[in-house]
Design a protein around this ligand. Structure first.
Ligand code: P1T
Length: 384
């Protein structure tokens, strides 16, 4: 089965108990046993639930993974992956990551003795140079949040494997429709399914996808032992969303490409970050690694923070909100929102201060461009 067919059918056969065509929401905490230890495969919904199983099978099918595990949030999924590490272990991470991931590494795992070196994963040799004898994991996002940097996943996998370490790729921005890191050599893929996979901004969730059965067992043990699982209804919402991933991603890519072209060179816009633009330093790599360039566009306006805030207040169709990947367009100011937990100096060094991030939805492109043009106009008039 090909991608769109898998999204609609993998793990989603008609319900064996009732014939229900769509996977039911098994809204139950527990399952009745016929005799102690004798049951139909499910005992208690933290350990397993049929709606969650359907989601896990579907997610694995989309990533081309042997195993899928669903979590209550993207960060719960990341925590489960990081639970593979022990005090003394070292992580080499890309420096452009979701702020919450940086917070998890530096403020939750570092005090437990697991250290992280953050490096520019787009600079040749930078990840290799950061590897130490204690390095057990490399962690990258591509495209990254919020600067949309592109990392060569095959190169990162080679660096990790030479060091005897695992490569983890957060594939949230690309989605499995545009990029399947396991096929490029990654060991583990994580997702915030809150974003494109869920796709409708109505549920928070996460996932881990991988091929290695031993690692799967360790992470599944943590999933049950620590308990950060999604409930049946949340599992069902993500499953409902992912059925349309391919059609939504095609529309996101088309609209984001048009938004990036419009902003590129527009008066008052200092820089546009979109891997589909030939001026993007990762453009050629992105074109090799992904069949489309995604739905996220970041930009910098002349005038810095005040101008950016005025621009964001002037938008009418784009909602000023955290998150991304839903059908509706969102705009954010990462320095004060998703990356507020990164220190101001670090944000300055990495070019996050002043940045505006757009999650381009699938509305009619004419309306989105008119909204952006209107906000740019308002800002320019205010500057006169
Ligand atoms: O929010 P949660 O489902 O826990 O996912 C965390 C997460 C993980 N990885 C990436 C790349 C992410 O972007 C996120 C969450 N990001 C936002 C909420 C945001 O607006 O960027």
């Amino acid at each position: 089965m090909r991608f769109s067919t898998r999204a609609i059918h993998a793990g989603q056969a008609a319900d064996t108990a009732t014939g229900a065509t769509i996977v039911p929401i098994y809204q139950t905490s527990t399952f009745t046993q016929t005799s102690p230890g004798e049951h139909l495969g499910y005992e208690y919904s933290r350990s397993g639930n049929p709606t969650r199983t359907a989601l896990e099978v579907a997610l694995a099918a989309l990533e081309g993974a042997a195993h899928g595990l669903a979590f209550a949030s993207g960060l719960a999924a990341e925590t489960a992956v990081l639970s593979l590490l022990r005090p003394g272990d070292h992580v080499v991470a890309a420096e452009d990551l979701y702020g919450g991931t940086i917070r998890l590494l530096t403020r939750v795992f570092e005090p437990m003795g697991i250290t992280t070196s953050f490096v520019d994963s787009t600079a040749p040799g930078a990840m290799q140079d950061a590897v130490t004898p204690s390095t057990k994991m490399l962690w990258v996002e591509s495209p990254s949040n919020p600067l949309l940097a592109i990392t060569d996943i095959e190169v990162a996998a080679a660096v990790a494997h030479n060091a005897g370490a695992l490569l983890v790729v957060d594939n949230t921005f690309a989605t499995p429709y545009l990029q399947r890191p396991l096929e490029l050599g990654a060991d583990i893929v994580v997702h915030s399914t809150t974003k494109y996979i869920g796709g409708h901004s109505d549920v928070v969730g996460g996932a881990v996808l991988l091929n290695d059965t031993g690692l799967r067992d360790s992470i599944a043990f943590y999933q049950n032992a620590a308990g950060g699982v999604p409930g049946p209804f949340d599992s069902w919402l993500v499953l409902r969303g992912l059925k349309t991933l391919s059609v939504r991603m095609r529309a996101h890519c088309e609209n984001a490409g048009a938004v990036a072209s419009f902003l590129d060179g527009a008066s008052g816009v200092e820089a546009v970050y979109y891997p589909g633009l030939t001026s993007h330093p990762g453009h050629e790599l992105a074109a090799r690694q992904m069949p489309g360039f995604g739905g996220m566009v970041s930009l910098r306006l002349t005038g810095g923070k005040e101008t950016a805030h005025a621009f964001l207040r002037s938008l009418e169709l784009f909602s000023l909100a955290e998150s991304l990947g839903g059908i509706e367009s969102l705009a954010s100011y990462p320095a004060d929102m998703t990356h507020a937990s990164v220190s101001p100096e670090e944000r300055e060094r990495r070019g996050i201060n002043g940045l505006v991030r757009l999650s381009v939805g699938i509305e009619d492109i004419e309306d989105l461009l008119a909204d952006l043009a209107g906000a740019l106009d308002t800002v320019r008039r205010g500057q006169r």
